[in-house]
Ligand binder design. Structure first.
Ligand code: PMP
Length: 357
């Protein structure tokens, strides 16, 4: 092929998602919710009229936007929805990170940030987490073209309190600050309560974790009407019909069932706290996670070898092997039963390897 063809191609190193094995395994590798979606979702699917699929969906995704606005007590013009928060975040990068100055995000964080920055040719500078995997807020006081961080952070699970988050937002009033709250429902307070106070703040959340709908692909951003309008302008210049009809009707049902939402979130938090205690008993160490996963290491066990051994036994967790985190595994919180199976394997494994039991 002619070299100029290759030269002109937008070449990127893509994000590598966690494995999605099609056989039956204990799947603790991509932070999905182990419980089914709200019962209204199943009913909505049963009622879905396939003839409706002839037509394009509502490009404004009004029913879902309204349900979210009502749920969070904001105006509909403060809500933007997309195909998972990956789509929403990607649109945010394209819309708001348009400066010559570098955007800032943590060195250990959601690895998609670097991929979008590269894809859109946005300069970026990673800021090192401290030795306990906490964000150093002073690193975000310098001039920048935007700031993004997850809270709780992924894959560490570390949650920073609102005062801390506010400090970063307040120090960056000349640029947009995106708080990626994919896991906030398992943690503490959301930065959503600061939306009216800071016009540079965008909060992004998802249906993939706390609402058990990773397969439906629904994410959303909440901010002030001005930033949301700019976000919509970019989305409509890209693809008008991002939200399919099925996701719209199912999404509404998931938002409305607040009782089930709280019940499953509490169940996962309970299992997480129990899993922390069990991991400790086996000699594992981890930053205190407030998400639906635990990022753990063991002083006597090699993470990659353990990762492979778990996989051999049909238990999938996530391993990156990248700088600073070569010895860590990220374990999603499954059902209590799934976690019992995981721990019976671990107990035997630790014993075999001569570790602490
Ligand atoms: N942000 C973070 C921090 C995540 O871990 C994930 C899940 N991979 C996402 C965003 C994207 O999730 P989704 O596109 O399913 O909403």
């Amino acid at each position: 092929m002619n070299a100029s063809i290759i030269e002109n191609i937008r070449r990127v190193e893509p994000y590598v998602p966690g494995e999605q094995p099609q056989n039956k395994v204990i799947k603790l590798n991509t932070n999905e919710n182990p419980y089914p979606p709200a019962s209204g979702v199943e009913l909505a699917l049963e009622k879905l009229d396939s003839d409706r699929l002839r037509l394009y969906p509502d490009p404004a995704a009004e029913v879902l936007v309204n349900a979210l606005a009502e749920n969070y007590g904001v105006d509909s013009n403060q809500v933007f929805v997309g195909v998972g928060s990956d789509d929403v975040l990607s649109m945010c990068f394209l819309t708001f990170f348009n400066s010559e100055k570098p955007i800032l995000f943590p060195d250990i964080s959601y690895s998609f940030y670097k991929v979008w920055a590269e894809l859109y040719r946005i300069p970026y500078e990673c800021q090192k987490l401290d030795e306990n995997f906490h964000i150093r807020k002073e690193d975000y006081y310098k001039e920048n073209g935007g700031v993004i961080f997850p809270n709780p952070n992924a894959p560490t699970g570390v949650y920073e309190n609102l005062e801390f988050v506010e400090d970063i937002i307040a120090h960056n009033q000349d640029s947009v600050v995106i708080v990626d709250e994919a896991y906030v429902d398992f943690a503490g307070e959301s930065a959503l309560q600061m939306i009216d106070k800071y016009d540079n703040l965008i909060v992004v959340q998802t249906f993939s974790k706390s609402r058990s709908m990773a397969g439906m692909r629904i994410g959303y951003a909440i901010s002030n009407p001005t930033l949301i309008k700019y976000l919509k302008d970019v989305k409509y210049s890209f693809n008008s019909y991002t939200m399919n009809q099925t996701s719209l009707v199912c999404g509404v049902e998931a938002v409305r069932d607040t009782e089930y939402f709280h019940e499953t979130v509490e169940r996962i938090k309970e299992t997480r706290e129990w899993a922390k205690a069990e991991l400790k008993k086996l000699g594992f160490e981890f930053p205190d996670s407030q998400a639906n996963f635990i990022f753990a290491t063991h002083p006597k066990l090699d993470a990659k070898v353990l990762f492979e051994a778990l996989k051999q036994n049909h238990i999938y967790v996530r391993y990156w092997g990248s700088e600073r985190i070569e010895q860590y595994l990220r374990i999603t919180i499954g059902t209590r039963e799934e976690m019992e199976t995981f721990f019976s394997f671990l107990r035997a494994y630790v014993k075999e390897q001569g570790g602490t039991v």
